[in-house]
Write a protein that binds this ligand. Structure first.
Ligand SMILES: C[S@@+](CC[C@H](N)C(=O)[O-])C[C@H]1O[C@@H](n2cnc3c(N)ncnc32)[C@H](O)[C@@H]1O
Length: 297
């Protein structure tokens, strides 16, 4: 019998040990590590940016089929504080398992003319506005309802010549979409330096000239920054705290788009903005809300 091309080590662990197990498996040269529910426990509505985990988790490390399994087991036994509740090696059939995760990413249409497409797939509508984006560490692939709602709102705006601020840019998806849809310039802001790197890389992958997109940590944003459109897909609490900051970034008659809040949080989030911004009715997808409005004259 021929050896399988891939073999998977499956460890059932309590949640607290997952991060360490994941790091160890990658250090032991697993081609990929995935986490699955170890006790059929549903996770209800995780907050954006959170990486929720079940109480019991199956950590799966993918290895080449001819890997020496004993040293891996020995290294895990030496480093994990407690032995896994279950541990087994599972040979996999000869699919390319290192690429399996790609099955979960499909091109996403946002409105009439905008598509978010992974780089390994041909855009379904080559003549559409196609934003090429691969999943990475920073939030924003277009699959989350909040991102999708903002993209649909952006897509129907006349953007030619506009300056846009993407506050809480994550992968840069909203700002890059604005540029591809005709905006002149984007200022992308995030308090996570990794998000700023991802945004610059993703802009480059979409042939955006570097002078059209600037990235800043909030504390480095130039004091005279202003925009025709300010997008902020963050979470309810930061949106409430950032109200004065975001309003101050709007040019006269500028438009503000907020998302990342739940239906039940709409009133609390819009309250600190109401005096400055005249909001239109919200859009809602799967309980998540996007609301936009214009700076009062
Ligand atoms: C939900 S993600 C949105 C990413 C992307 N704009 C999208 O629409 O998919 C929120 C982003 O806001 C960033 N963020 C959270 N609080 C922030 C704050 N106070 N200032 C700046 N960025 C913040 C996070 O690091 C994260 O990248």
């Amino acid at each position: 019998m021929t050896a399988p091309e891939w073999i998977e080590l499956q460890l059932q662990l309590p949640r607290e040990q997952c991060e360490l197990a994941e790091e160890l498996l990658l250090a032991l040269e697993a081609s990929s590590v995935t986490l699955e529910d170890g006790a059929d426990q549903p996770l209800l509505e995780p907050a954006i940016g959170e990486r929720p985990l079940w109480d019991l988790v199956i950590v799966k490390g993918l290895f080449a089929g001819d890997v020496a399994t004993a040293p891996i087991e020995a290294a895990l036994a030496a480093e994990l504080p407690r032995a896994p509740l279950q541990q087994r090696w599972v040979p996999l059939d000869n699919r390319d398992w290192s690429q399996e995760w790609k099955r979960y990413f499909e091109p996403i249409q946002c409105g009439q003319r905008l598509w978010i497409c992974p780089s390994w797939m041909a855009p379904p509508q080559p003549d559409a506005v196609n934003l090429i984006l691969d999943p990475g560490l920073a939030f924003g692939t277009g699959s989350h309802p909040t991102t999708h709602l903002c993209l649909r709102w952006l897509e129907q705006l006349p953007l030619t010549g506009a300056t846009v601020i993407d506050y809480g840019c994550g992968s840069g998806i909203l700002g890059i979409a604005a540029l591809l849809l005709g905006a002149e310039r984007v200022i992308a802001v995030d308090n996570d330096p990794l998000a700023l790197t991802a945004t610059a890389d993703n802009a480059d992958n979409n042939q955006i000239a570097p002078e059209r997109i600037a990235t800043y940590l909030p504390e480095h944003l130039p004091a005279d920054s202003g925009a025709d459109i300010v997008l902020a897909n963050i979470l309810a609490e930061p949106l409430i705290q950032l109200a004065d900051t975001l309003v101050a970034l709007l040019k006269p008659r500028g438009q503000l788009c907020l998302s990342g809040l739940l239906d039940s949080q709409l009133e609390a989030v819009t309250r600190p903005y109401q005096r400055a911004v005249a909001f239109q009715p919200p859009a809602i997808e799967q309980g998540w809300v996007q609301i936009a409005g214009t700076l009062r004259g």
